[in-house]
Design a protein around this ligand. Structure first.
Ligand code: KIV
Length: 271
């Protein structure tokens, strides 16, 4: 969104941004410290992504993330954000069984965290869940293309929607969840021309990650965006070298403690 962005981003502002052609900016956040920094930087949407399984917990995948872990992180992020529209992922195993399971999980997230919406993966197979939550007054963000919770079935992080049949499936999935009430759709690792086409045919905003510039907005995993790790995906970009800056700060601290120069008098209490 641009400088006339609202004080608090609400669901109708997402649609208004698409209609005006304003790009939506989304970043992941998993704790209050980073949420406050990103919120104050003017990020429109914060995603408490189950990528926390990879980035924060060292699980290697998103699959082990539990609803209880999500509740803790989502409460921290929602509590810190003053401006951004906060979205929490429904973890693997908390919505696939059907609308009842999805509703029970989403109600816990909404009651116990203060986020504005939930996100979960899938197209037509979860359209009934999208409808049930929407009918209950819970905004849903969809997630299509590469869906990390299905990484075992998809054979790892691979571009999705290549070829006529796969691209048709993706278009139909997007239309189905938009029709069921999704307020936005994340498109992950989708060929740029297909993501642009989906963006043009669905009424709701699309938010791309590895899906080219034709989406209505972009999302990145914050540790990739900030350069916290040695490796980041090809579609991501390092907008800083925060990992190196943090390591330098830790080393400077260690050096001063070992040299006996920290704490000095100005960082100590007198009698
Ligand atoms: O969990 C997450 O961070 C996500 C993004 C990759 C879109 O779902």
């Amino acid at each position: 969104m641009t400088s006339d962005a609202p004080k608090r981003v609400r669901v109708h502002h997402l649609q208004a941004a698409k209609d005006k052609g304003d790009k939506l900016v989304m970043l992941t956040a998993y704790d209050a410290v980073t949420a406050r920094i990103f919120d104050e930087a003017g990020v429109d949407m914060l995603l408490v992504g189950d990528s926390m399984g990879n980035t924060m917990h060292g699980y290697g995948t998103t699959l082990p993330v539990t609803l209880d872990e999500m509740l803790v992180a989502a409460r921290a992020v929602a509590g810190a954000a003053r401006h951004a529209f906060v979205v929490a992922d429904l973890p693997f195993g908390t919505y696939e069984a059907g609308p009842e399971q999805a509703l029970a999980s989403a109600v816990r997230v909404m009651k116990e965290t203060g986020v504005a919406a939930v996100k979960f993966e899938g197209g037509r197979r979860v359209a009934r869940q999208v409808r049930a939550l929407t009918d209950a007054g819970i905004p849903v963000v969809g997630h299509l293309g590469y869906t990390p919770q299905s990484e075992n079935l998809l054979g790892g992080p691979r571009v999705q929607g290549r070829g006529e049949e796969a691209s048709l499936r993706l278009r139909e999935d997007a239309l189905a969840i938009a029709e069921a009430g999704a307020v936005a759709i994340v498109l992950e690792m989708v060929p740029a021309p297909l993501a642009k086409e989906v963006t043009e045919i669905v009424g709701v905003p699309t938010i791309g990650i590895g899906a080219g510039a034709g989406c209505d907005g972009q999302v990145l995993v914050w540790v990739d965006m900030a350069g916290m790790t040695d490796w980041s995906p090809r579609f991501s970009k390092r907008f800083g070298e925060v990992g190196a800056a943090l390591a330098a700060a830790a080393k400077a601290y260690a050096d001063e403690v070992r040299a006996g120069t920290f704490p000095d008098d100005s960082h100590s209490f007198g009698a």
